[in-house]
Ligand binder design. Sequence first.
Ligand code: FNR
Length: 188
Amino acid sequence: SSYRVGVFIGSLSSKSINRKLAQALMKMGAEGVEFVEIPIKDLPLYNHDFDADYPAEGKALKDAIASVQAVLFVSPEYNRSIPGALKNAIDWASRPWGQNSFDHKPAAIIGASIGAIGTAVAQQSLRAVMAFCNARLLTSPEAYIHFTDGLVDDDGNVTNEGTKEFLQNFMEEFHEHTQRVLTVLPQD
Ligand code: FNR
């Protein structure tokens, strides 16, 4: 089946290892699956006043999510949680009240860090947030990526064979999960 996946990259850094990981993952999709990045860097800081009249940046974000059938979060861990920029984007997408963009959306979470824990703590936090947003989360396998120098080359290829197979399996499981969800909960 063919569908589109929106990719949230939790880092705004120009040298982001999570962006590199996302680029590798976007090359591992099943046939017919298209990946598009959903940008978060130009969103103002959300506040509830905006619910009365969403600004263009907020509308663009919600339109982007509405145009994909699943979402993939690729995020670093900041101080044992998710980066503020990513939480800000999720808050924007979850509102105005009653128009939560993540409702029933198939979703998966993955992240890379330079430390050994591989964003595990941040991912638990993100799972709680996305569960509340009523996304249909891939619960297993989990993917905590310890990023070493050169793990993903400039062309988005994974240089370590074991890691490559692990990531390919993760993407296959996400694909099967998405297809299962879309069978019972077709998206627009
Ligand atoms: C970090 N880093 C980090 N790593 C980690 O494993 N757990 C953590 O809690 C934190 N906290 C943290 C806070 C802040 C403000 C920064 C800038 C960094 C290190 C982090 O894993 C490393 O900088 C990654 O390179 C961040 O991912 P991107 O931005 O390269 O994708």
